[in-house]
Design a protein around this ligand. Structure first.
Ligand code: TMP
Length: 210
């Protein structure tokens, strides 16, 4: 039976080592000869992404609802490209996806259900890996950066919302990984989860949030 590429989302808190782990996963898939394409959200290169970038750097102000919708629009801009790649048999890895959208906006106080609405019917990942790190561990790693949400209290709230989101998924679809450990240990866990999907998936791409 024909297979399609797997859709993998990597979510994580700031300082969880997400960027490094995404690069390591991409390299591993490459070395195994598995076609892979990486997306990163927000994609700051599109017209919408430029507005998001300016907001995150505190160079512009936007209503919380408006920025939420822009983050979602940024995903919709690339949804067709993602689906096309999956159909061609390419594994798609996303560095952040709609779960970040919900977690960060809900952490600011917007209702969870309202936050989900604009992402309804986007392609759903087959597997989401959540790289979890305690605020204490993040502090040990040198603390947070300069951007708008990189503050300890915000990160705590985001972490709480991610826990709520995680509780809605089964263990095969959402895996929480302790990212406070050494890079190699985290990478090994990620590969254990991704490897079984890497040779392709039978069946259509699912939709958020169904
Ligand atoms: P980055 O540091 O991974 O580039 O992400 C930029 C910030 O944007 C990060 O603090 C998480 C936040 N974010 C949202 O608030 N909503 C979203 O939909 C996404 C994808 C990211």
């Amino acid at each position: 039976m024909a297979t399609r590429g797997a859709f993998i989302a990597i979510e994580g808190l700031d300082r969880s080592g997400k960027t490094t782990q995404v690069a390591t996963l991409q390299a591993r898939l490459d070395s195994e000869g598995i076609p892979v394409k990486l997306f990163k959200f927000p994609d700051r290169g599109t017209a919408v992404g430029k507005m998001i970038d300016s907001y995150l750097r505190s160079q512009s102000e936007l209503d919380d609802h408006a920025i939420h919708l822009l983050f979602s629009a940024n995903r919709w801009e690339l949804a067709a490209a993602i689906e096309q790649l999956l159909a061609q048999g390419t594994t798609v890895v996303c560095d952040r996806y709609a779960f970040s959208g919900v977690a960060f906006s809900a952490a600011k106080g917007l209702p969870l259900e309202w936050c989900r609405a604009p992402d309804v019917a986007l392609p759903a990942p087959d597997l989401t890996l959540f790289l979890d790190i305690t605020p204490e561990k993040a502090r040990e790693r040198g603390g947070y950066g300069e951007e708008r949400y990189e503050k300890e209290e915000m990160q705590r709230q985001v972490r709480d919302v991610f826990r709520v989101i995680a509780s809605e998924f089964d263990d095969a679809t959402w895996v929480t990984i302790d990212a406070g450990r050494k890079q190699d240990a985290v990478a090994a866990d990620i590969w254990d989860c991704v490897h079984p999907l890497a040779n392709g998936i039978v069946g259509p791409v699912q939709r958020l949030w169904v």
